[in-house]
Design a protein. Structure first.
Length: 447
């Protein structure tokens, strides 16, 4: 999650921001791997899309064996100013004394959202883009990855410089260096144990120091590993992924933490910082980008969906009511209403919303998936078995990279005691698409 240290005043109520003027224009830019929704100019929207594609190329070169393309859609909401950004950002960051965000990454099993504000200033103009994309790339590990390394890697990669024939990694941040040189470092035992509920992650002064120290520790270890041909960061990540607590894992991988803290103090005060280069071009064919104008109602439906995933249910419902009043057949709004009903335990209501979404747009893989998954969860679905099967098969065809649909199809056939060979194949496919989901490994048919 990217941040800026200066908190702008919260000038306007959220409800006033959501009620956007009818003259506001929105664009959708579709690239081979991203969808960018923006209320800025076409030039800026295309440029953000270009930067995401280039950063994807960087990760592909840096980690050739990694899965750089998630199975769920990657939707970037690029907003022209802080006012529009605050209308969507988490409530935990609203108000005085909170970190002023420049962007955030929101990951769900069925969707990936990146929220950006385009008026954020800094020495690296695309730092927020690179920061949020790093979160996307390591998204599968976020359930077990300690917060300091999650944010430390994002801070490390956010200052990437993409040039014509090479990519420069590891450039330091002036903001981070200034903070580190003006303040005492946190004890590493404290830093390593910080989680998303800690004031070090939300309060402006503490949070800025958390980001800075996470960056310098990550930078120090990345550069040392590069220079000494070691893999201490990788060793650490393996330990915590095997349920070793963050502090114990650090001691095993990095050595004495008190000595490491002293080394970090010297490292932060040094005159120059080393980085390294990744050779190769990251050219992007922007002729493949598709740009379309979006209506305000279409844009509001996507913003309402983001608010729902972002746990701002009241604001989401208010926007959804307006969308459905103006466009009763809006597919995205129907899907989001289904999501809200499902979260409230209203399965019958959720099922109806998704069923209506299917009828409105048979190309919505999420509508097909959720209709079937909810119908299966209700227990008795013999009378709808054919419809459930058809929807799950449609979801797998519409998005062959979406692991949950294959998992549900395997479970469906196992429950029905039919097509068991095919069910096993679907179960294996779900695991291959998302190896980190342990539930997929046990959900397949047993006989």
């Amino acid at each position: 999650m990217a941040r800026r240290p200066l908190l702008l005043p919260f000038l306007i109520a959220v409800i006033a921001v959501i009620a956007t003027a009818k003259t506001e224009s929105w664009l959708e830019v579709r690239t081979p791997h991203f969808v960018v929704l923006s209320n800025a100019s076409e030039k800026r929207a295309r440029h953000i899309a270009d930067q995401f594609e280039r950063m994807r190329a960087v990760f592909h070169k840096r980690f050739p064996n990694a899965h750089v393309d998630p199975g769920s859609p990657i939707i970037v909401i690029a907003l022209k100013d802080n006012k529009d950004f605050q209308a969507l950002e988490p409530e935990a960051y609203l108000g005085k004394g909170r970190l002023n965000l420049a962007g955030l990454f929101l990951r769900a099993p069925d969707k990936n959202y990146v929220l950006l504000r385009l008026d954020a200033e800094g020495e690296h103009p695309y730092a927020t883009v690179y920061h949020e994309y790093t979160h996307l790339m390591i998204g599968r590990a976020q359930e077990w990855l300690p917060l300091w390394l999650n944010e430390g890697w994002a801070e490390f990669y956010q200052n990437t410089e993409i040039q014509e024939k090479e990519v420069l990694l590891g450039e330091p941040s002036t903001e981070n260096l200034l903070l580190l040189r003006q303040n005492q470092l946190l004890p590493l035992e404290t830093l390593l144990a910080i989680d998303a509920n800690s004031p070090y992650y939300h309060e402006e002064n503490k949070g800025s120091m958390f980001y800075a120290e996470s960056w310098v520790l990550t930078h120090y270890l990345e550069i040392k590993d590069q220079q000494q041909h070691t893999e201490r960061l990788l060793d650490y990540a393996k330990l915590v992924s095997n349920n070793v607590d963050a502090v114990t894992a650090a001691t095993r991988a990095f050595g004495d933490l008190k000595l490491l803290r002293k080394d970090l103090e010297k490292y932060a005060s040094q005159a120059g910082f080393y980085g390294f280069k990744v050779p190769g071009s990251t050219e992007v064919d922007d002729s493949a980008f598709k740009v379309e104008t979006m209506s305000l109602t279409q844009a509001d439906a996507i913003r309402a969906d983001f608010l729902a995933y972002n746990q701002r249910v009241k604001d989401s419902r208010a926007l959804l009511d307006r969308v459905l009043h103006e466009d009763p057949n809006n597919v995205t709004a129907h899907e989001t209403m289904g999501l809200l009903a499902f979260r409230e335990g209203k399965l019958g209501e959720a099922e109806k919303w998704y069923e209506q979404a299917i009828k409105l747009d048979s190309q919505s893989f999420l509508a097909h998936y959720y209709y079937a998954a909810i119908a299966m969860q209700e227990g008795t679905f013999t009378d709808r078995a054919a419809q459930i099967e058809a929807s799950l098969r449609a979801a797998t065809k519409l998005n062959p990279s979406f692991a949950p649909a294959f998992d549900r199809l395997a479970v469906f056939y196992g429950t029905q005691h039919k097509n068991l060979d095919e069910a096993r194949m679907f179960s294996i496919m779900a695991v291959q698409l998302d190896p980190s989901n342990m539930g997929f490994r046990v959900n397949g048919p047993t006989s």
